[in-house]
Design a protein around this ligand. Structure first.
Ligand code: FA5
Length: 374
């Protein structure tokens, strides 16, 4: 009879070992093996750390482990019993290996969870991040642009590094004009090149002193009729004080069409001022001089809603009708076209709107100041 024919089962907890033909020698070993495996499964349930697992592993399969000891006893078995017991030991070893692998996975999972913290539920709604806000100058710029959009103006842009020709010559500003003086204008070194404003010959590159250069770029690139507003950064070597900065912002306006007149200029500026400062705000055009407009004006504003500056005439921009020489320089026939232009200081408008008494607040990134515009 083959030994397998009369196998029964020895059951310890969840582990079952078949009972093989019970010779006096093999039966106690079989029972010890089944007991060892069942006990290992039970002990494994309380093991939590890598160190505990290593000690547990050593107790079973280490050099002095219980399973190792049983394996050593194989030598005492007969030639027939050895393969039978060998098979059972192999099954027990496999069961212990599986148990150790599962234990290791469980411990690694616990270690990762401890490092990562509580598990995430990706279906939960996100925690609100603190909402940002636009800088007061950006807010003012958007408000101004929105007003001019209502009158059909679109936004145009030009480079901050500009050629002398676009910034001055094309705008009918002669070489001996004070604005071109090194004291007022920031010139770039002759070696400097700009892809946005290539030099013609030996002409100088400057940091633009006003956004009127965008007038020139627009007239060269687009055919009238056109209405544009050009917001942007400007640079001058002005001494910094409460109302002057070396780096400030302007919004330029340009409207070119057949028969644009002073009445259009007044109408556009009056609309802008009433939209921005309220329906009671008034404007006044004071004769002035700009090389690129004829006639030229300073526009003053008066409003009852400006706190301590209420009901006083305040100068807020330069304006006028586009000088025929500028139209000619840009390839337009002044007999056919006329236009109006204006340029306002963004900081000055924002200061009036919010009662700010020093332009330097805009550039200091002081959150106590900036949060007031949320
Ligand atoms: C000009 O720059 C003209 N290009 C405006 C213009 C455009 C006139 C179109 C006619 C037709 P002005 O230098 O006055 O003009 O500057 C215009 C506005 O820019 C001023 O009213 C002021 O609000 C602002 N501004 C000028 N310099 C500074 C400065 N250093 N700091 C802050 N704002 C300034």
């Amino acid at each position: 009879m083959r030994p397998q024919d009369d196998w029964g089962l020895i059951v310890f907890g969840c582990f079952r070992l078949p009972i093989v033909s019970a010779t006096a020698q093999i039966l106690p070993m079989q029972q010890s093996l089944a007991q060892l495996v069942a006990q290992a499964h039970q002990e494994a349930q309380v093991i939590k750390t890598r160190a505990e697992m290593e000690a547990f592993k050593a107790r079973i399969v280490g050099p002095n482990g219980s399973l190792t000891a049983l394996m050593k006893n194989m030598a005492t078995l007969s030639k027939e019993e050895r393969p039978v017991m060998g098979k059972l030991i192999n099954e027990a070893k496999k069961s212990i290996e599986d148990l150790l692998s599962a234990l290791l996975l469980k411990i690694e999972d616990a270690e990762i969870s401890a490092t990562l913290g509580a598990p995430l539920d990706p279906t939960l709604p996100a925690i609100d991040s603190p909402a940002g806000q636009h800088h007061p100058l950006s807010q003012t710029r958007e408000r101004i642009l929105a007003t001019f959009r209502k009158l059909g103006f679109t936004v145009a842009e030009g480079p901050e590094i500009e050629t002398e020709w676009h910034c001055f010559d094309a705008l009918n500003t002669p070489a001996d004009h004070p604005a071109r003086d090194m004291q007022d204008t920031l010139y770039l070194p002759q070696s400097f090149q700009s892809a946005d404003a290539p030099r013609r010959g030996q002409e100088a590159l400057v940091l633009r002193t006003h956004t009127s250069s965008v007038q020139v770029r627009t007239l060269l690139n687009r055919k009238p009729p056109l209405r544009i507003v050009a917001p942007g950064r400007c640079f001058r070597r002005d001494a910094v004080d409460a109302t002057h900065s070396a780096n400030f912002h302007q919004v330029e306006g340009l409207w070119i069409d057949h028969h644009v007149t002073l009445a259009d200029l007044r109408g556009v500026l009056d609309f802008f001022v009433k939209e921005t400062f309220g329906p009671e705000a008034e404007i006044r055009l004071r004769p002035s001089f700009f090389p690129f407009t004829e006639p030229s004006f300073e526009m003053d504003l008066r409003s009852p809603n400006l706190g301590r500056l209420s009901n006083r005439w305040l100068e807020i921009m330069g304006c006028g009708l586009v000088d025929p020489a500028v139209l000619k320089n840009c390839g337009l026939n002044p007999e056919e076209y006329s236009g109006l232009a204006f340029g306002l200081g963004l900081e000055r408008i924002a200061m009036l709107l919010h009662g700010i008494d020093d332009i330097r607040h805009f550039y200091q990134n002081d959150l106590r100041f900036l949060r007031q515009f949320a």
